[in-house]
Design a protein around this ligand. Structure first.
Ligand code: MD3
Ligand code: FE
Length: 203
């Protein structure tokens, strides 16, 4: 992992290309072990619609959503404990945050060519003073970022495989989402698509 100068968009710090190709491949393989232990599922939103993104988690707490709402839970919806957060993923958190505390939640989002994530805030965590770290793998994604207030102006940037974003300080509660995936833009994942790993101190 090589720390490079960062690009800042609305307070979000973006490290382009911080993971080289072998590091991306190692992380993909570690995440495939996570998915084997805790299968991807499509969370349901309050009104019963399924999200287009498939998800699972690693760590002490995983994010789940169903008709009861959004929250962190110590177990997968199927009942098993979440697997441990892979070391290669924890190493990214240490490198970009310098935080003395390790994340307790590692959300793994899988986007196929048609998946999207609407503009939202991440506010299910107990303490917003900890940063959130996002790692992109596989196909490029058009990331949109707005402001803390709802309905403000937004800006977009393409995130590519090996990019890492750090959301902290005033950017921690900004609205953000994924508008679309550029299918076929990366050969990292045999079946295509995009993985986003989000590290958080959740509870
Ligand atoms: C800005 N995931 O899982 S990661 C999410 O690419 C989520 O899968 C998107 O938003 C994805 O909640 C975006 C970038 C990201 C993550 C957390 C943030 C941006 C953020 C928290 C605060 C502000
Ligand atoms: Fe989010």
């Amino acid at each position: 992992m090589k720390l490079r100068p960062t690009l800042t968009l609305r307070g979000v710090e973006i490290h382009k290309g911080i993971l080289d190709a072998p590091e991306q491949a190692a992380m993909r393989d570690a995440l495939s072990d996570v998915v084997r232990a805790a299968p991807l599922f499509r969370p349901e939103m309050r009104r019963g619609q399924k999200m287009s993104v498939r998800m699972t988690s690693a760590g002490r707490l995983g994010w789940v959503s169903d008709r009861r709402g959004y929250r962190y839970e110590p177990r997968h919806p199927a009942g098993m404990d979440w697997p441990p957060i892979p070391d290669c993923v924890l190493a990214v958190w240490r490198a970009v945050t310098g935080s003395e505390r390790a994340p307790d939640s590692c959300l793994v989002n899988y986007y196929d060519a048609d998946a999207r994530m609407g503009l939202h805030q991440d506010r299910d965590e107990a303490d917003f003073s900890w940063p959130v770290v996002s790692i992109s793998l596989g196909d490029d994604a058009l990331f949109r970022i707005g402001s803390v207030e709802k309905g403000g102006k937004t800006e977009s940037i393409w995130l590519s495989s090996g990019d890492v974003a750090v959301l902290g300080g005033p950017a921690r509660l900004v609205h953000h989402g994924i508008d679309r995936i550029r299918a076929g833009s990366s050969s990292l994942l045999a079946r295509g698509g995009r993985i986003n790993v989000t590290l958080r101190v959740a509870g």
